[in-house]
Design a protein around this ligand. Structure first.
Ligand code: SF4
Length: 295
C-alpha cells in the first residue's frame, strides 16, 4: 500500500486511465519512481478533469467518453479501448504518449490536499489475515461491507456516501471502482491498526475483491455467504453487469444493488434473481444497515 499526496509540480504527466489508476499502487509500476500519484475521480467528471489535466492521457480500459476538442489531442488508447481519430497503441509502443507528455507543461505548482491510502489488493489484505481473523473472533470487527461499483451522474447515488458515513465504527469498508470516489478520501480511522476503509482498486480489481472473500471464507471455514460480509453495489454499464453476473455465478447471495435496477431486469428476471440470490434493491442507508446488522 502507499499514500497518495498531491505533490505534482514540475512533473510531466502521463495519466493512465482505467478509472483513474494510482500507478504506484501496483508493484510493476511502482518500481518506476516517476509513475506516481492519482488524479481525478469518476467517469462522469472526465470531460472537465481531462480538460484541466496538463499532460498526456492514456486510456487503458473502457469508459472513455467522447473526447472534447479541447483535450482530444492529448488522448491515446491501448488495449480494448478505442475511439475514432484517437491514436491507438497495439504493440506497446508508448513513444508517442511519452513524447506528448514531455511536450506538455505539467502542473506548475503543488496544491496541498488530503491524502488517501491505496493498494489493498488481495495480497496486502491477506498478508494481515491473522490480524483480521483475530479481530473478527475477538469481536473488534463486527462486519465487512464491500461498497463499490460504477458511479453515475443521476440523483440517488449519494446513498453510497451516506451509507459509508453511517456504518458503525466496529465495521470495515472495502471499496473499489468509480463509486469509491464518493467517499474514498474520508478518514474512517482504524480498528486495532487495520484501516476501516480499504481501497482495493479499480473495477478491474473486482477479481481481487472476490479472492479476498474466498480467502476469508477459507480462513473462517464457512461459505462466502456465511461470512460477516455484505455487498452494497452500484451499477452503471456493461462491465458492472458482467461483474454482477460473475458474483451470481459464484453463488453470492444477498447483494444490495442500486441506485436503480438495470432496465433489462424485467419482472421475470427479477423474480429469478430474488428467488435464487435474494438480490435486493437498495432502500435508505438506515434501513439497509438495520437489515444487515439488525440494530
Ligand atoms: S467502475 Fe464502471 S464506470 Fe467506472 S471505469 Fe469501471 S466500468 Fe467504467
Amino acid at each position: 500500500m502507499s499514500v497518495l499526496t498531491k505533490s505534482f509540480a514540475m512533473l510531466r504527466f502521463i495519466y493512465t486511465h482505467g478509472e483513474m489508476l494510482p500507478t504506484h499502487g501496483y508493484p510493476g509500476l511502482k518500481k518506476y519512481a516517476h509513475f506516481y500519484g492519482h488524479y481525478g475521480t469518476a467517469w462522469q467528471n472526465q470531460a472537465k478533469e481531462f480538460a484541466d489535466f496538463p499532460g498526456a492521457i492514456l486510456m487503458t480500459t473502457n469508459c472513455l467518453q467522447k473526447p472534447r476538442d479541447t483535450y482530444k489531442g492529448n488522448v491515446f488508447t491501448s488495449g480494448t479501448v478505442g475511439w475514432p481519430g484517437i491514436p491507438h497503441t497495439s504493440d506497446r509502443n508508448f513513444k508517442p504518449v511519452i513524447d506528448k507528455a514531455l511536450a506538455m507543461p505539467g502542473f506548475t505548482e503543488d496544491k496541498s490536499g488530503r491524502s488517501v491510502t491505496v493498494g489493498f489488493a488481495r495480497n496486502t489484505v491477506m498478508s494481515v489475515a491473522d490480524k483480521v481473523i483475530e479481530a473478527v473472533k475477538g469481536k473488534a470487527i463486527r462486519h465487512f461491507f464491500l461498497v463499490g461499483g460504477c458511479d453515475g451522474a443521476k440523483a440517488g447515488r449519494n446513498y453510497y456516501t451516506e451509507f459509508v458515513e453511517k456504518i458503525p465504527k466496529d465495521c470495515v469498508v472495502l471499496t473499489l471502482a468509480c463509486g469509491k470516489f464518493r467517499f474514498f478520501d474520508k478518514d474512517l480511522g482504524n480498528i486495532g491498526g487495520i484501516p476501516r476503509l480499504l481501497d482495493i482498486g479499480q473495477c478491474n480489481d473486482a477479481y481481487s475483491a472476490v479472492q479476498i472473500a474466498v480467502a476469508l471464507s477459507k480462513a473462517f471455514n464457512v461459505g462466502v455467504n456465511d461470512l460477516p460480509l455484505s455487498l452494497i453495489l452500484s451499477w452503471y454499464e456493461q462491465k458492472a453487469v458482467a461483474i454482477l453476473l460473475t458474483l451470481l455465478y459464484l453463488g453470492i447471495k444477498n447483494i444490495k444493488l442500486g441506485p436503480s435496477l438495470p432496465a433489462f431486469v424485467s419482472p421475470n428476471v427479477l423474480k429469478v434473481l430474488v428467488d435464487n440470490f435474494n438480490i435486493q434493491l437498495i432502500s435508505t442507508p438506515d434501513q439497509d444497515l438495520k437489515a444487515v446488522l439488525g440494530n
